[in-house]
Design a protein around this ligand. Sequence first.
Ligand SMILES: NC(=O)c1ccc[n+]([C@@H]2O[C@H](COP(=O)([O-])OP(=O)(O)OC[C@H]3O[C@@H](n4cnc5c(N)ncnc54)[C@H](O)[C@@H]3O)[C@@H](O)[C@H]2O)c1
Length: 320
Amino acid sequence: MMKVGIIGCGGIGRLHANAYSKVPNTELAALIDFDLERAEKLAAEFGGRAYRSIDDCPEKLDLVSVVTPPSAHYKIVMDLLERRIPVFCEKPITMEIGQAKEIVRKSEETGVPVGIGFKMRYEPCFVKAKELIGEIGKVFAVSAVKNQPYTEDPARQWIKNTGCMYELSVHDYDLIDYIMDTKPVRVRAKLGYDLGWKREDQAYLDVEYENGVIGQLMSSYSTHTAWTGYDIALTFVGEKGYMRVERPDRIVLNTDQGYRTVSVEPIGGMDIFVVQAQKFADTLEAGRAYHPDAADGAVQTILIESANASHLENQTIELC
Ligand SMILES: NC(=O)c1ccc[n+]([C@@H]2O[C@H](COP(=O)([O-])OP(=O)(O)OC[C@H]3O[C@@H](n4cnc5c(N)ncnc54)[C@H](O)[C@@H]3O)[C@@H](O)[C@H]2O)c1
């Protein structure tokens, strides 16, 4: 039985706590938050003991989920790697390229795994899309359209300093790489700041990928729509036709074989976090390499920071 800790006991920390409480080979041991009341609340609901800091926890932890706001990830992840504790870090890995690369280096050097919370890789419509993409032949273009509601929340003001690329679309960017088994090499971006935040609430990216595919990726927050799970559509265009993936439950294929729709049973909400936690725990237990890992996370930080630079400098940026 692996003893698990969670650092960051807010909205998504609760979903991680619920997940580990349902995974048979894990046991929730430590709920950690500098707001102790939040940690105590989760401990009362899911088990384990509440602490203000990992330094106060006397138990040896076998795995820790990092579920704080993104700006706190780097310091906490590096500390866990120093302690030789496997880490599961929520997306995005960091908001600085140098920090992301340091985590990759430290994980490689110590041999301590870092998994990244790109949970949408486990959603059935994207699992199915990866299976079906061969039907459209060689892909030459992809588009992503993402829109999610934003509701004012005094406890989550950090989103205004994080922006829609890191908070919403980092999932889409990762899915595109995952489904096509490629990564971005070049980006040109225009960002929008209509809501008056420090970081963008809209992002329009033209991306070139290693496999030659051109991507047009759109991301936005809306203050007027409701959360339904129908927040993203990815369209892949290939030599034999196109595949449109409509989260959460439908894929449209229009190819030289004809037009069809494929329905999938969605797994969403809290349950997808259980699937993700089970995969990470099983992979750790088996001593296998887990993906998405720190390097997969770093690719997205590099893309997003390069998109920021592209917007500011009004030029195409080569990814480093
Ligand atoms: N995978 C997903 O679908 C998904 C969805 C939303 C958010 N997220 C990610 O999850 C993470 C957390 O988001 P959230 O919505 O739960 O945020 P939140 O604001 O609801 O909770 C964050 C918690 O972390 C605590 N915290 C902050 N800094 C800390 C530190 N240094 N040490 C200990 N505790 C600290 C805060 O007190 C708070 O309780 C972010 O990285 C976010 O991008 C992932």
